[in-house]
Design a binder for this molecule. Structure first.
Ligand code: NAP
Length: 312
């Protein structure tokens, strides 16, 4: 039997994904018609991206699962017409990209690289102290899921003093783990670098606000590759102005692209990155999609299912 797989993740992405998906489906022995256009009641699986134009899932009566190409699902998780299982992207290419981005930006701030990169002016700045060793630097990661846990392990591997925070209790070697709203202040207390890898849900909105920012070490650095709504922007700008936060490297924003008149652009202690921390890589992501289709066809449980109630 030939199944119909609707690629509803944008025609511009179709060319990038098509060869990898077709090869993967063929390797898995699945006869599939991969298309960007199919009669809704004939579709077996939908490959999806948050910027898809597909909003009404009601006519997809035969569809066994919606397979998201992105890790974040806030744009689809609340869609009431979606009654099919929703899987998100957990992929080693995406994870590796995030590890590299997070460790790179952490090391930038830990080593104080900026002052030397921007200080090529003939002045021998021997008065600037050498950075401490990583073991003397407290790093806190908010979110210990697929990406946060991987970044935490990488930072432990570099020698950092790493704490983490999640919804449920965790055990990660070398990481001091906290969980639940009641332990957030413990996780943030004295942190010098804070990395946000939480999903955007009603519960995580404004996780960093005036009160929680006050727990950080003075001059702490924020690195946000998670989602814009995790931060109360007015509180962060105030903390940057007061010196409570020394620098913020922001990859994600409430409004993207970040409007040209947004105060973050003009702030001397902010680095704006255009949502490039880690992208889904077609060649690795296609394997994850094919594996879930294979599971669906074999009656096995899908991988990486979203908990619609929790919102991630
Ligand atoms: P994940 O596996 O679902 O992990 C989410 C983590 O957040 C989990 O540890 C979860 O706790 C924790 N969490 C959720 N709600 C919480 C709450 N209310 N309080 C405390 N902890 C909470 O997600 P992931 O794959 O690591 O991805 C994380 C996020 O990264 C995505 O949602 C997306 O927004 C972002 N992302 C960004 C980029 C980029 O390029 N900028 C790329 C990929 C992903 P439990 O483990 O206890 O459930």
């Amino acid at each position: 039997m030939t199944i119909n797989v609707l690629f509803a993740a944008g025609s511009e992405r179709f060319d990038l994904y098509r060869p990898h998906l077709e090869q993967g489906l063929a390797d898995a022995g699945i006869a599939a018609n991969l298309t960007t256009d199919a009669a809704p009641d004939q579709v077996d699986y939908i490959i999806y991206a948050p910027d898809s134009t597909l909003r009404d899932f009601t006519p997809y009566t035969r569809c066994k699962a919606v397979l998201n190409l992105w890790a974040g699902v806030e744009a689809i998780v609340g869609n009431d017409t979606l009654t099919q299982p929703l899987a998100r992207m957990v992929d080693h290419g995406l994870t590796q990209g995030m590890i590299e981005w997070v460790t790179g930006h952490t090391l930038r701030h830990h080593l104080g690289m900026d002052i030397h990169i921007h200080g090529q002016d003939g002045h021998w700045r021997s008065e600037i102290p050498a950075p401490p060793l990583a073991a003397e630097r407290s790093v806190t990661i908010l979110g210990l899921g697929a990406l946060g846990a991987a970044c935490a392990k990488a930072l432990v591997g570099l020698g950092f003093n790493v704490s983490g925070w999640s919804n449920s209790p965790k055990t990660i070697e070398g990481v001091t783990c906290y969980h639940g709203a009641h332990q957030l202040s413990n996780a943030l207390k004295g942190a010098e670098i804070v990395i946000l890898l939480l999903p955007a849900t009603p519960q995580t909105e404004n996780t960093l606000n005036a009160e929680t920012l006050s727990h950080l070490a003075r001059g702490a650095v924020l690195i946000n590759p998670g989602r814009g709504p995790l931060i109360d922007d007015a509180a962060l700008l105030a903390a940057l102005d007061s010196g409570q936060v020394g620098h913020a490297t922001l990859d994600v924003f409430r409004v993207e692209p970040l409007p040209a008149d947004d105060p973050y652009w003009a702030h001397p202690n902010v680095t704006v990155v255009p949502h490039k921390a880690s992208e889904t890589r077609p060649h690795t992501a296609a394997q994850v999609i094919v594996e879930n289709i294979r599971r669906g066809q074999s009656g096995l449980p899908f991988l990486h299912l979203v908990d619609r109630t929790a919102g991630y």
